[in-house]
Design a protein around this ligand. Sequence first.
Ligand code: ADP
Ligand code: MG
Length: 414
Amino acid sequence: MTFDIFDLSLEIRKSLEKNNYKTPTKIQEEVIPLVKTKKDIIAQAKTGSGKTASFVIPILESLKAKKVSKKAKIKVLVLAPTRELTLQIADTFSNFSEFFSQKPSIVSIIGGEKIGEQLLKIQKGCDIVVATSGRLLDIIGRNQIDLSNLEFFVLDEADKMLDLGFVKELDEVLNSIPEKRQNLMFSATYPQKVLDIVSKISQNPIEVKIETASTKVDEITQRAILVKKEDRNPLLLQLIKKNKFKSVLVFVSTKRAAENISNKFRKKGYNAESFHGDLSQEERVFTLEDFKNKDIQILFSTDIASRGLHIDDIDCVINFDLPRSTEDYIHRIGRTARAGKKGVAISFLDNENIEHFKLIEKRYKLNIEKERIEGFDFTLLENIKQKGKAPIKGKRKSKKDKLREQNLNNKPNE
Ligand code: ADP
Ligand code: MG
């Protein structure tokens, strides 16, 4: 396959040749024609898969087809997380427009450089702005930029912009650009926070995902939260409330835990039940029916429910306790996101089980961010031995340990 399939202009084809782009990558194959349809897009593909050209090429093609006014107006705004990426994207725009008879004017707006020159370039008129959000807002705040003619809004490397600061800045940027625009969003990974950002930008973007072997359960957003054991109940409550989960399957390690916690949640007024091997066959059938019908909102279950149950529309699977076998992890989280629907799986981690979780990640080639939730402070103990538990405070050191420490520190015996 070559770039010929896209019916690109001669000028762009020349630049493709010059830059040694012979065959489109998978993401380019999908995204380039989609951009032409004027739809919003959220595209996920791993780093290095060629996401930049997948938006740069069709955007340039679209600009090229337009009549040029005397003074350029900003039609494209790209937000990127860092100065380096901003400059790279700007370069890609200029590389692929090299042979245009009317070259678009491209301005990078980044912090750490003098703002005066950037302002001057904007005032002269430009077509494409590639920016980091902080400096852009600075310029917006000075009323020095007219974004009212914007046609394309691009968010690149969305998963690198997840800190709170950016989310606030994004809101401000969105307030400064026209509501009618085409939104193109790109990310290497797809955590919940990216989905949150995406939903601020666009209501119904078309999703493009380039599968890799490691994303078997790729319709499931997997999260891991660091939380003290005793804080798990309030955290669970908060997650359910905040995300408005209507159907939650919570895995616990024992029948007793399933009973106890479901009791607690019932007392708080939730439709919660337990599901485990001590229930009669009849009770199990009824419980499942109620859960399927959404008469039960939260089901606390042992691993009995992790394999093969077909319940549609579970919003979220919670690993309140981690499964003993790594394989059960996939079975458990596979209870959500059935029939092509999206789902979330959240694992609660603490100092005792984090090493076990890392084994699960290793086995399934996952790399899940270990989140901390505001209001739930957690101290991660580093250097826990693979198999051992967290060191117990006040436990007396063995002679061997003492000797080892002495050797390490090379200190005389006290
Ligand atoms: P991503 O944003 O997905 O991490 P980039 O867009 O930065 O990836 O592309 C990674 C590298 O691959 C860049 O050096 C880019 O020039 C190159 N590249 C992208 N698409 C092609 C292609 N179709 N043919 C050859 N090289 C490409
Ligand atoms: Mg990129």
